[in-house]
Design a protein around this ligand. Sequence first.
Ligand code: FRU
Length: 444
Amino acid sequence: MNHPWRQTLHVEPKTGWLNDPNGLCDYGGVHQLYYQSSPEDAAGGGKKCWAHRQSSDFFHWSEEETVLFPDIPEDRSGVYSGSAVVLPGEIRLFYTGNVKEPGEHDYILSGRQANVITVTTADGSAMSEKQVLLRNSDYPADCSCHVRDPKIWREEGIWKMVLGARTRRDRGCVLVYHSQDLLHWIFASRCTQPDFGYMWECPDFFRVGGQGYLSVSPQGLTHEEYRYQNVYQSGYFPVEGKLEEGKLGAFTEWDYGFDFYAPQTYETADGRRILYGWMGIPDAGYENPTTPLGWQHCLTLPREVSAGEDGKLLQQPVRELERLLSAPAPMEGAGELPKACVLKLTRTQPYFALTLAGGLTLAYREETGVFALSFADKALGGGRTKRQSRGMACKTLEVVADASSLEVYLDGGRQVFSTRFYPESYPVSYTLTGGTGSVFAVNL
Ligand code: FRU
């Protein structure tokens, strides 16, 4: 029997630990999903591998298979994050081979190799021989040993790569490389922002409606009351002109909840920009009680990204989710929820509150414009407390509840809050004030 906290709609590891989504692509109409995995250690120790699954509808997945292991000298301490490019008859994957050298090192300024490595696969799982493309000596001299997470795309008739980096003076930045053949790469430029963290992980560049966006996961931002509340952040900059010119606009966080980091996007054959995040975060002070049970973490739902009128990006659960929904049932002031369900709610009063399992509350106050997700119960949230944002009208909320997670999409996805939660029993009870709406059970 599956444990009650096992997710229904979200990808999670069979055993062990999961972190970043990697190598996302649509290969002949099939969504290929790779992710960082430590199959033998739910606490995240052990060497990182890539696990693989595929699906043609985002919800029915093939069995998890570990497909990339640290087995050459250049990736011996871990097959770190990276991305995919689809070519005729094959997928070409790029990742960072992490190497920690023995000896007395801080592993920031010395003792670490970060190698960009490529492999190809015709079926998504059987891999060619590994080929090393870039080594520490290929990065600008002012970079520390922290350079990683290649993401590649094609533009202006060439291939481009972004890498996340930390300079020797602790400044986060993105390095841009160019190539004609995907194998030989030349440093082109870098993007950075003053006073914006010491390391930028997992960069991604993409366009929505012609506008370019650079997504990064910065470490070292100063925490604020309504922004940057987690230990590390993830968000995007609109890019003015060419990425190589380095003109970045205002940074917007992808998600304001407790559990979101290291997202990656890709484009489907029908032209949608899909984003997956890791529904987890490194070095967070809170816990996931599945760890002693042998597994930890999951990915977010796949989200469709589109541009709002003001250029801010909107996120919505992939439309394929709609096909799984049963007939709506109206929500009353109190009741019970099916284990996996979607709530579509409209706020009708200046004060709105939805409480789940007696201890997790989503609340909005028109007077202040503050939306908050807070736990009153330590066990339910594994030590999570409160996350909040300002500036939303909070007219509509779409909540996707799975066995042990919640994703809240405010005002058509202008802001999203993701969190894990661990109910003691099911069905989960709710109380609702200041709003109306329906609950749709998910049939999977
Ligand atoms: C982000 C990250 C990446 C790295 C990977 C290792 O969570 O630190 O920068 O490639 O995880 O698992």
